[in-house]
Write a protein that binds this ligand. Sequence first.
Ligand SMILES: [Zn+2]
Length: 250
Amino acid sequence: MFPVYIYSDSPSQSLVMQGVTGFLSDLGLSVEFRGDFLSCLSLGEEEMAEIESLLSRARVFNIETPVDFLETHLLSEPFEKELYDGFWIQRIFSRFFLRKRPGELAKSGFHAVITGRLLGTYGSRRYHARVVISGFPSFVSTSGLVEGPARPREYYFLKAEFIRSGKDLSELNEAFRGKFVDYEDERITKITGSYVLQPLLHHFSGKEFCENSGCVLFNSHWQKEVLDIQYSGFLCAECESEIRKVAKRR
Ligand SMILES: [Zn+2]
């Protein structure tokens, strides 16, 4: 059976990994949770220091400027919403994986890291928060679920008002509670499971999204869509049969 390897990386407190792996197993996939990605590589002290330094260079300091990997910043320097350049994080993780487990890449398998880090990709003159980064390894970011898909239009309208009048934004968040995925939201587990299927399908067919707005592989842009569609965990017949085909591969 084709193996699906799931890892975590500073995960959200409300994420129940068993919920994610259970959802995938129910689709016939052979899933193994390997724990924290970097711990699983058993890095030595020097390698840990090396990776820390590389990860710090992948931080986004200005949302309108692509990360310059050769530039060094002080670790204490504040950066945008703790945002990282998703492709750099991916390169760093894959580099260490290849170094520590060179034999494993030749074997078939899909590797996805469920991360609490906020990952962005640069395009149209600024960084955009992403829920999914496909590739090796693939990432599903629980912080991306909060910051990526747009909140209701009224939220942004009121937010501007709140900022103008110096009011506390937590009041606004309270008023809109339940209308968007929040940090430590208990719905994160179910939604994350759905999102793992996107890079998985992409890995096999190049297809990342489904046109069916009732299917978890639909490309949601709004929080409301995420809460309706990805939270439902429903796959259309065509996508479900594709995922079950993946499960049967070797
Ligand atoms: Zn579908």
